[in-house]
Design a protein around this ligand. Structure first.
Ligand SMILES: [Zn+2]
Length: 349
């Protein structure tokens, strides 16, 4: 069973009115945790790898782990997505490796830190869209800049410094033809998103709702959307960790987003917390243990539990078998004949 494209998963999610979690992976146990959660909840899956993950795991290992997942769970549609590609070359290499979806984050320069200007972002994203769609591969773009830094990627600061302008979002989507669009509405990467439970002054759900009204066919993406649950923070601190008190994005805000065009929700930090808490617990309670399986297995179980919970909360649970999986060739044909256009009003593209 080959991998499916993210565009197909998100189109189906839009039809069904649900969101799909996109979970980051670096290693075998994380992929296993996601697949077991998907099997248990009967969910379609987006697995994503950042540039840092590709470096850590090496491309060939990652790719073959993904193929193993597709082989072991043929009933589950799986899209493999490049998270935060920083250049045309990164996205091209992901596509050549077999990823079925890429994010071209043209909101930052290739250093992954310095914000670009609008025209620069349009140009590089459009170039990736042309290359990817010819091959049936999905593209996510970003307009506005997220806060925080993760894996060395990010502009830093709070999420409110470069909130997306809805007019720019519309022009960006029209000129690039992206399938999915990440917008900045106050969220940040990493564990430290908010210093109190976020309200409308720091989490701009009204902007998201306006963008969806004006771009109903472009799937919206929420980045930095871990909820950073208190119980996971507490386990880490109870067993010798040291996390400062922090707040993430409440699940009910994500659900409000899903009712307003959000189809992909990126979750990484919550899984990192779940894994680290489980490992710390084993180390603290049974310091005599030294077989890595003694702590990797509880870590994998903790991540599986969290992923299954998010799949249920996002609404993707129960939807794995809703549709026939389309090949990248079929998707490429759809882009060529215009049936996959997100821009019905624009002639000449
Ligand atoms: Zn992100």
């Amino acid at each position: 069973m080959p991998l499916v494209t993210m565009r197909q998963l998100l189109d189906e999610a839009a039809k069904g009115g649900y969101g799909v979690g996109a979970f980051n992976v670096n290693n075998m146990e994380q992929i296993q945790a996601i697949m077991e959660a998907a099997k248990e909840t009967n969910s379609p899956v987006i697995i994503q790898a950042s540039r840092g993950a590709r470096q850590y795991a090496q491309d060939r290992y990652l790719y073959h782990l993904m193929l193993a997942a597709a082989e072991l769970y043929p009933e589950i549609p799986i899209a493999m997505h490049q998270d935060h590609g920083n250049s045309f070359e990164t996205c091209k290499s992901a596509i050549e490796l077999g990823f079925t979806s890429v994010m071209m984050d043209g909101s930052l320069k290739t250093d992954g830190k310095t914000p670009t200007d609008f025209e620069e972002n349009v140009e590089v994203t459009r170039r990736v869209v042309d290359f990817a769609h010819e091959r049936g591969v999905t593209v996510e773009g970003e307009i506005g800049v997220l806060g925080g830094i993760e894996d060395g990627h990010g502009a830093g600061g709070t999420g409110l410094e470069h909130v997306t302008d809805p007019d720019q979002a519309v022009e960006f989507a029209e000129r690039t033809g992206v399938d999915a669009l990440a917008i900045a509405i106050g969220t940040s990467h990493g564990a430290y998103k908010f210093s109190k439970k976020p309200d409308g002054s720091v989490l701009k759900m009204d902007i998201l709702i306006e963008i969806h009204k004006r771009l109903p066919k472009t799937h919206l993406v929420m980045h930095g959307s871990s909820s950073v649950p208190k119980d996971l923070q507490a386990i880490i601190n109870q067993y010798g960790g040291h996390l400062k008190e922090t707040w993430g994005v409440p699940v009910e805000e994500i659900q409000l987003g899903i009712r307003n065009g959000v189809r992909k929700i990126n979750v990484d930090t919550d899984n990192r917390l779940a894994i680290t808490g489980a490992i710390r617990k084993v180390f603290a309670e049974t310091p005599e243990k030294f077989d890595p399986r003694d702590y990797m297995k509880p870590a994998r179980d903790a991540m599986k539990k969290l992923v299954a919970e998010r799949m249920t909360q996002f609404g993707q649970a129960g939807h794995a078998g809703d549709y026939e999986q389309k090949s990248v060739e079929a998707m490429a044909q759809g882009y060529r004949d215009g049936s996959l256009s997100t821009q019905p009003l624009v002639a000449g593209r």
